[in-house]
Design a protein around this ligand. Structure first.
Ligand SMILES: [Zn+2]
Length: 146
């Protein structure tokens, strides 16, 4: 059933114009709102994924910084930290790509997000913990909600 927006008269779904006042009825209204709901429902995953990616990048920069500081002071294993920072940087970029992709294809986007989260966690562990958590949550939400 559709209701006239002008006079409030109840009209059948087939009617193009109001039976009471003759005003044109917007029948595609419910279809339009449905499409919009589907479109906006991936915003949470995208925002979480991008946030996770940004935190991952920050973690990568911190790891870089500590790595280069360690190299300057001749600390052992410092160059490893720098290398892991580069890996984390790449993982964060992949995570952001996954976050953008999740709006187009939630399944593939979600898998990309989870892979980037695990990758980030392996790369820089504690530095990437927050970013990895956000990316992982975004990925899981993308896969669960359908
Ligand atoms: Zn009417």
């Amino acid at each position: 059933m559709g209701y006239c927006t002008k006079c409030g008269e109840e009209n059948s779904d087939e009617s193009k114009f109001c039976d009471n006042c003759g005003a044109p009825l917007k029948k595609s209204y419910t279809d339009q709102t449905k499409v919009e709901v589907v479109k906006t429902s991936r915003t949470i995953e995208m925002v979480l994924g991008i946030l996770g990616g940004v935190f991952g990048l920050i973690g990568a920069i911190v790891a870089f910084f500590i790595g280069s500081l360690g190299t300057a002071f001749g600390a052992t294993g410092a160059s490893d930290v720098t290398g892991l920072g580069a890996s984390a940087f790449l993982a964060s970029i992949v995570g952001i790509v996954g976050a953008v992709y999740v709006t187009k294809n939630p399944k593939i986007g979600g898998i990309i997000l989870i892979i980037s989260a695990i990758w980030l966690l392996i790369s820089i562990s504690l530095f990437g913990l927050l970013g990895a958590a956000l990316l992982g949550i975004a990925g899981v939400i993308a896969l669960i909600r359908n």
